[in-house]
Design a protein around this ligand. Structure first.
Ligand code: SF4
Ligand code: SF4
Ligand code: FES
Length: 264
């Protein structure tokens, strides 16, 4: 399926002038419409691109000028909300963090970028997947501060050293790039996946939290942390640079050796 520039026929939308310095890029996008599943396949779009564009700008151009039915999620456009994770040239990435300067062919030949929905979650439409299995695993590890006793009248104070203990895992934006790059999760979606474990780590190593034992019991279960094969796909995929596999290893070690040290 090849989609021409929308410069004639019904649904005509006037294209904006191509900016100076732009080159044409081909976006090859995986399409799926639940109302017409037989037509699932790849569609190609020619899009003007500046080196300073993010891939999200190009997708927005397609939706605005070439095919308004193209469906994808996005919100912040600044790598913060985690909603535009997709498979870009075979790698799980956020479209808003892909700088086109890094994607353009250096030899001046036409650049093609392939874009597909995250693997491992049901596709709802085009690049939008059903995130419920991902968030279900996240909810299971109880991603909130668990305490007992009376509510303090001021904030719960913590030393800088205690805060630093779990700083890396606070950066998670729940984009699912890690979990949907995990071969164990692909093989059997009942595994919690790395993102859930990262968020368990964030609370297990928080000195103010009292739910570490409960969370570790959950992760110790049959679909839990021992299914991880330490292949590092998750760390490579994380757009926030979180040391995902290291966090998983720290939780494994806590389960094996120093459970008492973190169970408060
Ligand atoms: S390190 Fe573990 S969680 Fe991460 S991708 Fe590999 S198997 Fe999955
Ligand atoms: S750990 Fe990284 S890749 Fe995984 S959900 Fe969080 S931000 Fe996304
Ligand atoms: S749109 Fe929010 S992370 Fe990309």
């Amino acid at each position: 399926m090849s989609v021409p520039m929308n410069n004639e026929g019904p649904g005509f939308v006037a294209l904006p002038p191509v900016p100076e310095g732009a080159v044409m890029v081909t976006l090859k996008i995986r399409r799926f419409n639940p109302e017409d599943p037989g037509k699932a396949g790849w569609a190609s779009f020619e899009v003007p691109c500046l080196p300073t564009d993010r891939l999200l700008n190009l997708l927005t151009y397609v939706k605005g000028y070439l095919d308004g039915t193209l469906t994808f999620r996005r919100s912040c456009a600044h790598g913060v909300c985690g909603s535009d994770a997709m498979v870009i040239n075979g790698v799980n990435r956020l479209a808003c963090k892909v700088l086109m300067r890094d994607m353009l062919n250096k030899d001046g030949k036409n650049t093609t970028v392939t874009i597909a929905p995250l693997k491992g979650l049901p596709v709802e439409k085009d690049l939008v997947v059903d995130m419920e299995p991902f968030f279900s695993a996240y909810r299971q590890i109880k991603p909130f501060l668990m305490t007992s006793g009376q509510e303090p009248t001021r904030e719960r104070i913590q030393s800088q050293a205690d805060r630093a203990r779990y700083d890396d895992t606070t950066k998670c934006i729940l984009c699912a790039c890690c979990t949907e790059s995990c071969p164990v999760y692909w093989a059997d979606g009942s595994y919690f996946g790395p993102a859930a474990i990262v968020n368990a780590h964030r609370f297990i190593f928080d000195s103010r939290d009292e739910g570490a034992g409960e969370r570790m019991d959950i992760l110790n279960g049959i679909d839990g942390i021992w299914r991880c094969r330490t292949t590092f796909n998750c760390t490579d995929a994380c757009p926030r640079g979180i040391k995902v596999t290291q966090a998983i290893t720290e939780v494994k070690r806590a389960l094996l050796f120093n459970r008492k040290a973190v169970v408060r």
